[in-house]
Design a protein around this ligand. Structure first.
Ligand code: ATP
Length: 929
């Protein structure tokens, strides 16, 4: 049947066909589609993608920036100014409103582009069989009729009919709300009147595989799937408002109220106290309102979060929600896996151990150069040593991994599958076996896959020779302590023996010796299968295959720490962030590695195993969590309890995970971190952050960025609030003196600072790189407020008043130097203009000093690389150019009430930043002592 005959009606009824007929009904076959069929169907059905819900039109977003409460206030203000014949002011206020609106829009747009780009970095993949070959493709490229492989942890990418299943269970909660997994089979289902979702042989896009594995034929893609019909959008990236943004929202409202109150007070004071005409009093009040409103605050914060998220992505940490950035900065405990995150997950077998003796294995990494040596250093041969031969052969037979040698595309060895198994292949080759021949020597009939709760895996084989009178046997490899209990015999150089307690002890102490050196140890055992059992495959249960086994030996492998892990851990210690290793590996191995890389520094660290954890009460666990602790042999489910207890102790917890069972802990944690390389789709979906390199150091990097963002927003806020006091104080002078002191800073001048010179440097502070000492302090508490009392005092009172003093000083000095006294302050003419220009100039030059001060919180400005932030540099240049224009271009004199300045004026102004910087240096030095 050609692909063109493939109709949508046939997809609907795939569930009613018997397995053998499904292929035909779907115009497919057991070897999958051909490339040609795929491209034909792609043309007919399009990509396997959900149409995104229509976004807010860009015009609307643009317009919204001009209709906020503040913007409306400014529109009205401008109109009143125009009506009262202050044409320039009216135009200026409207102009400012437009510039501010465009500025906010651009920030918002850039931030949304940044997160948009991140979405593209999280593609989903599917494994298909096409033309008989297994391939990994983008889920988007699936077509109806494709043969897809799914397994535990996968998110299913299209609807499909199951054609082969082993213990398949699927979580369909995304579609049905039912969180218990549902069993699926490949049996035909002809019961009428059942909804598609109730069919046991159908699986659906958007649901996840809880356990088992299966093959399915795609029945529907994209919007045709059940998921597509219900939901219109899959959200990989959630853009909800972060607590910080909510706090700022709230804050902006509060400040607006304060600003309007100040404006009203100033309005009445001006009209009743100083008897100004109403229109002028209104404009005056408007100036105060503009001065107090932190324009551009929200979009700047969003932008600085989005930029941090982009920088993190370059450093291999994909953050899914902007709000995670702030939480990252507050992280106080990191619970980390061991294998792959702290270590390289590049296993090399170093030793073999059998009851009759030990062997060393030479060679490095996955290269097959090397051999097996006896303790006396002589090469060991498999030829006359059956038990060693079985150990090496069986270890390889029980492996699913492949090691591909370096080629044009890959500079190093590539491992397909689990590295713990890959090194067993390398071992077999070092021993002189040919992998292919070994597989044909004992073809595999069945597999009980590895699972992290059982901590072992078993395969069943048919042999081409008899072993222990049987031609069939099962091979089990796994955690030694648990396996030894299941072995009732052992085989060593001298033959087959019955297991005794003392031999068990011998095995366990050999295991401990290896583990104390930080090696990962697997036990290998086998069981000859009875002839009767072979006729009935259903009797091959786990219990049956894994009892009365014959112990063969131990395989000890090393997994070196990842590069940079020690340094990252050291950084965490300095930053008072605790690291708790939570691993499935053996206690002694875990402890030894924890010591090697510096996680554990004392001698009395406690190792708590999964079994022990179950016996601990909540309060005992919390007590234990206060000291140095390593969790070993824990099942992923137990991480949830560790995370909960830590949170109850007030910690902000980041936790890593990769499997399906890690999902609850990942969700519970303040920051759930999934592994990008080894992680399942389920883990990635439950996490807040995904590490594209699985490396622990990337977590620490992200924490550093998170801290820096929070600091930067604080710097930004201090800076913009700082100029509010000197903008308000001059007006207070005017009012309180009942007009004796002419207005030292006009409304237009306030606008020039707030919406002109302050803008770019403030933005620059939002993108400062992390300070070198950012990881030298303990983590911030989540309850800490951004607008702390100390920030407000520092901005409004301390620097606000110093700047006010310098600004008012500049104003009065101008009169004093001209008249010799201050008894007559003319309110118009050249002298008045010079004086107000000086007030304006002093504020601008103080802000130049302030931007430099704000760049570091505690360090001296001398430690700064002065020109390292180009946005600030540009901001300063623009700031100076704007001021020079206002001063020297006569065109602006009338509008901004400015005048040209002479030498002594400049001397005063140039002194201002030095005073501001000097005061802050003094404060920093005093704070140091
Ligand atoms: P982490 O949780 O830190 O990544 P881990 O990789 O050691 O540690 P698991 O993968 O749960 O944790 O492994 C637990 C134990 O199961 C291992 O210590 C080992 O004894 C055994 N094991 C691991 N992989 C296999 C495998 N492929 N086949 C058989 N047994 C295995």
């Amino acid at each position: 049947m050609s692909s063109h005959n493939y109709s949508r009606t046939s997809q609907k009824s795939l569930e009613t066909y018997a397995v053998d007929d499904v292929y035909q009904a779907a115009s497919s076959r057991a070897s999958g589609l051909t490339k040609e069929e795929v491209s034909n169907r792609q043309q007919i059905y399009g990509p396997n993608r959900l149409k995104e819900a229509s976004k807010e039109p860009i015009v609307l977003t643009f317009v919204k920036n001009f209709t906020s409460l503040m913007a409306i206030l400014l529109w009205v203000g401008g109109a009143v100014a125009l009506l009262s014949h202050s044409i320039e002011l009216g135009i200026a206020i409207w102009f400012v409103n437009i510039v501010n609106g465009i500025f906010s829009f651009v920030q918002e747009y850039r931030a949304s582009q940044a997160t948009e780009a991140l979405k593209k970095m999280l593609p989903s993949y599917a494994r298909v069989v096409r033309e008989g070959q297994e391939e990994k493709i983008l889920a988007e490229e699936l077509v109806p009729g494709d043969l897809v492989l799914i397994e535990e942890g996968d998110r299913i990418s299209a609807d499909g009919r199951v054609v082969f299943a082993t213990d398949l269970q699927v979580n369909q909660s995304a579609l049905t709300g039912e969180s218990n997994p549902v069993y699926k089979t490949n049996q035909a289902d002809e019961v009428p009147d059942k909804s598609l979702l109730e069919r046991d042989n159908m699986v659906f896009a958007g649901t996840t595989v809880s356990s088992g594995s299966a093959k399915m034929i795609v029945s529907a893609i994209g919007m045709e799937t059940q998921f597509g019909q219900i939901a219109h959008l899959t959200q990989t990236m959630v853009d909800d408002k972060s607590p910080l943004q909510k706090e700022l929202d709230h804050l902006t409202k509060q400040i607006s109220i304060i600003a309007i109150t100040v404006g009203v007070v100033f309005f009445f004071a001006a009209s009743f106290f100083v008897h100004q005409p109403l229109a002028q009093a209104f404009i005056f009040a408007l100036g105060m309102i503009v001065a107090f409103i932190p324009e551009g605050l929200l979009p700047t914060v969003t932008l600085s979060l989005a930029m941090a998220v982009q920088r993190m992505a370059k450093d291999n940490a994909l953050v899914k929600k902007l709000s995670s950035v702030e939480t990252l900065g507050a992280t106080s405990v990191i619970c980390s896996d061991k294998t792959g995150t702290l270590t390289q997950n590049e296993m090399t077998v170093n030793h073999l151990w059998q009851v009759s003796g030990q062997y060393d294995v030479t060679g490095l990494g996955y290269a097959t150069e090397g051999d097996i040596r006896k303790v006396d250093g002589k090469k060991a041969s498999l030829v006359d040593n059956k038990s060693l031969e079985y150990l090496v052969r069986f270890a390889h037979l029980c492996s699913n991994a492949q090691v591909l040698p370096p080629d044009q595309d890959h500079a190093t060895y590539t491992v397909l599958g689990d590295p713990t198994e890959a090194c067993l292949n390398v071992l077999a080759e070092k021993a002189g076996l040919t992998l292919h021949n070994n597989h044909t020597w004992a073809p595999r009939l069945k597999e009980l896959p590895f699972d992290s709760v059982r901590k072992r895996m078993t395969t069943v084989h048919e042999l081409s020779e008899t072993i222990d009178d049987s031609q069939h046997l099962s091979i089990t490899k796994g955690a030694p302590k648990e396996m030894v209990e299941l072995c009732h015999f052992y085989r060593d150089g001298s033959g087959l023996h019955t297991m005794t307690d003392s031999v068990r002890q011998q095995i366990l102490s050999a295991n401990d010796n290896f583990a104390q050196d930080g090696l990962r140890v697997l036990a290998i055992a086998y069981r000859p299968l009875e002839r009767e059992a072979l006729t009935d495959e259903t009797s091959w249960t786990q219990e049956y295959l894994e009892m009365d086994m014959v112990f063969l030996g131990l395989v000890a492998m090393s997994d070196p720490p990842r590069e940079g892990v020690r340094e990252a851990i050291e950084k965490c210690h300095r930053a008072s962030i605790r690291i708790i290793m939570v691993t499935g590996d053996y206690g002694l191995t875990a402890l030894s590695i924890a010591k090697k890389i510096g996680i554990v520094r004392g001698d009395d660290a406690r190792v708590v195993t999964g079994l022990e954890l179950e016996t601990l009460s909540d309060s005992q666990l919390k007590e234990a969590l206060k000291g140095e602790i390593v969790f070993a042999r824990v099942a992923p489910e137990q991480k949830y309890r560790v995370v909960t207890s830590l949170q109850e102790l007030g910690e902000v917890v980041a936790v890593t995970g990769d499997g399906v069972n890690d999902a609850p802990a990942l969700k519970k944690a303040d920051i759930g971190i999934a592994m990008g390389i080894t992680g399942t789709d389920v883990a990635k979906e439950s996490a807040d952050m995904i590490l594209t390199d699985d490396h622990f150091a990337s977590i620490v990097h992200a924490v550093e960025e998170g801290r820096a963002v929070y600091h930067n927003i604080k710097k930004f806020l201090t800076y913009i609030f700082n100029s509010n006091t000197p903008e308000a104080v001059p007006s207070a002078f005017f009012l309180l003196s009942k007009g004796f002191v002419p207005l030292p800073l006009t409304v237009m001048q306030i606008l020039a600072v707030d919406l002109g010179t302050d803008m770019i440097p403030a933005l620059g502070l939002g993108v400062e790189p992390p300070e070198p000492d950012v990881m030298h302090h303990p983590p911030r508490k989540l309850t800490d407020r951004l607008l702390s009392k100390s920030l407000l005092i520092k901005a409004f009172l301390w620097y606000g008043l110093i700047e006010s003093a310098l600004a008012m000083g500049a104003f009065f000095v101008t009169y004093y130097l001209h008249n010799g006294n201050l008894s007559h302050l003319v309110a118009s003419g050249q002298l008045y203009r010079e004086a107000t220009t000086m007030t304006l100039g002093a504020i601008i030059f103080c802000q130049i000093g302030m931007v430099m001060n704000s760049r570091t919180s505690d360090q001296s400005i001398r430690q700064l690389r002065l020109f390292s932030n180009s946005l600030i540099d540009i901001g300063l240049v623009v700031e100076l150019l704007v001021f020079l224009m206002l001063v020297y271009l006569p065109f602006f004199h009338e509008l901004f009430n400015t005048a040209s300045l002479g030498l002594w004026h400049w001397c005063y102004l140039l002194l201002c930043p030095f005073v501001i910087v000097g005061m802050e240096e003094l404060r920093k030095r005093l704070a140091d002592h």
